[in-house]
Write a protein that binds this ligand. Sequence first.
Ligand code: NAP
Length: 252
Amino acid sequence: MPVSFDLTGKTAIVTGANTGLGQAIAVALAGAGADVALVGRSSMAETEAAVSAAGGRSLSIRADLSTLEPIDRVIKETLAWTGRADILVNNAGIIRRADAIDFTEADWDAVMDVNLKTVFFLSQAFARQLITGGKSGKIINIASLLSFQGGIRIPSYTASKSGLAGLTRLLACEWAGKGINVNAIAPGYFSTNNTEALRNDPDRNAAILGRIPAGHWGEPEELGGAAVFLASPASDYIHGIVLPVDGGWLAR
Ligand code: NAP
């Protein structure tokens, strides 16, 4: 059998798909043949157009993922659309910046809720419909370099992304035998809303750029290949990894 990266006939759910990395992942999966459910709290118009331009089909589902309330609806609406949900990309995430000494409970809870709690319970709902239907599937969590490193001024973000790496491994151990691959991608420094504050700070920007062997901030499209790989049959024997896509940052 030739190696396959083909996602034709599969349905993917991508959270936080209106912008940034989620948008690029949705477009890459559509380009590989998947139908894509775009989940988020903002208009998906830009992503809908980009998916369509890539020759794909999309369904937009409005959902605020700061609570567990929309989870069942996200799965139900996806199943009502194509009758299947094969791939889940847990991409939606937020970051709050402040010195650890001043960090508030509100900034702790907000980040943990979106980046970790909702990810777990959406993955659980996604896996239940696969297991009940006797089907296989793929979960891809969007982790971070802060899954490996400490960072500064982002305590809840680092805790959530380090926790997400652990959760990826636990779910892989529990669900690999049920035909569900659970893996993560750890993006390095990409040009999105998430990193705008860093890019606008000349000192931080220069320090970050100076440490990236590839010599440039990642462009969202540069993440697409890893997402397609982990969503496709080519990665069927890969379970529980956190794959850095970081221009060489961690190799430094
Ligand atoms: P971004 O442009 O800020 O995108 C974040 C996405 O998450 C947006 O679509 C946002 O929707 C969505 N989101 C946030 N809170 C939500 C909520 N309560 N309900 C529904 N959707 C919500 O940043 P990004 O860089 O593309 O981030 C995507 C993922 O990559 C995040 O998990 C982030 O931690 C991770 N990451 C990014 C980098 C980087 O360098 N950029 C590096 C490592 C990891 P709205 O637009 O409506 O807010």
